[in-house]
Design a protein around this ligand. Structure first.
Ligand code: ADP
Ligand code: MG
Length: 292
């Protein structure tokens, strides 16, 4: 693109809340075939709330919530924050955790009040060969309705499912539609489980879902798509998205995202509005078009 076209494109972007970091970003935006979007914090607000706590028969629900909250107090994950807030609001006793261990993309473990407590997803409980028993059915139902189900195990026994809901951003469905209108494919990429991810994707009009992805594997999933000959943009907000943002042909960060995501990206959406992804691609196409 000519220097003038680049200047015009950058200015247009700034007006519409799309910050292109350089000329290459504008040119790459013109050639994107597929947009991969992180779920939590990108398509959703990233501020989940606890909607239900379901306990196994014979479990003291106040105590299991207190134990889970004590572990999550040590974690910085948005799900952890929601669980701590819910426990506080319900006035459960406060314990402190020792031997805390964070397991990226899975959950956390610690010793609380003399018991070994695991809080996280299915994979984390599987690692300790813990059976879900009665709770499996609840977990599947919650996932099917778009909830994230966090499991709690105490001394090797699954005792509760904590259901969390993370609302889609108001513009997410329109954002997907606008990309489809540009002839661009949309893929959801998430560390959340397949059931939950597929339900939310369906509601937003996204037909391709890559779920249950560990943070360190997100960049590999981008590379897989690139190997099919496609130019891939990645949209994300989290620390765990940074390698994928770097790997993509165009990395796009949500403005309210983490510093690492914003620094790594080629484009920043200042208003944290996923609709601006289509705006970015349209501006890119306009800029490159002016060459000819
Ligand atoms: P995303 O890619 O959707 O932003 P993450 O990779 O951060 O998600 O986490 C993936 C999954 O791991 C979560 O959906 C949750 O099931 C589980 N998980 C991660 N950290 C925690 C935690 N501190 N407490 C409970 N569950 C967690
Ligand atoms: Mg995220």
């Amino acid at each position: 693109a000519t220097p003038t076209a680049i200047m015009v494109g950058t200015g247009l972007g700034a007006e519409r809340g799309v910050l292109f970091k350089n000329a290459t970003a504008l040119e790459d935006a013109a050639r994107i075939d597929v947009v991969v979007m992180d779920k939590t914090g990108t398509l959703t607000t990233g501020a989940p709330e606890v909607t239900d706590v379901i306990t196994a028969p014979g479990t003291d629900s106040g105590r299991v919530l207190a134990l889970a909250a004590a572990v999550e107090l040590e974690s910085e994950h948005p799900l952890a924050e929601a669980i701590v807030d819910y426990a506080k609001a319900h006035g459960v006793p406060t314990f402190s955790a020792t031997d805390f261990e964070n397991v990226a993309g899975r959950g956390a473990r610690a010793t609380v009040d003399g018991q070994y407590v695991i809080v996280g997803n299915r994979g984390l409980l599987d690692a300790d060969h813990i059976e879900l028993g009665e709770l499996a059915k609840h977990r599947d139902e919650l996932a099917a309705s778009g909830h994230t189900a966090v499991l709690v195990a105490v001394d090797g026994h699954a005792q509760a499912v904590i259901a969390l809901a993370d609302a889609p951003r108001p513009n997410s469905a329109d954002a997907v539609r606008a990309l489809h209108e540009l002839g661009v494919g949309v893929v959801m990429l998430t560390g959340d489980n397949t059931g939950t991810a597929e339900r939310i994707a369906h509601d937003l009009g996204i037909d391709t879902v890559i779920a249950d992805v560990l943070p360190e594997d997100k960049a590999d999933r981008i590379a897989d798509l690139q190997r099919t000959g496609k130019k891939v943009a990645m949209v994300g907000d989290g620390v765990n998205d940074a390698p994928a943002l770097a790997r993509a042909d165009l990395g796009i960060a949500i403005g309210a995202g983490t510093d690492v995501a914003i620094q790594t990206a080629d484009v920043v959406l200042m208003r944290s509005d996923p609709y601006a992804v289509s705006t970015a691609l349209r501006i890119g196409r306009g800029t490159v078009h002016k060459e000819h």
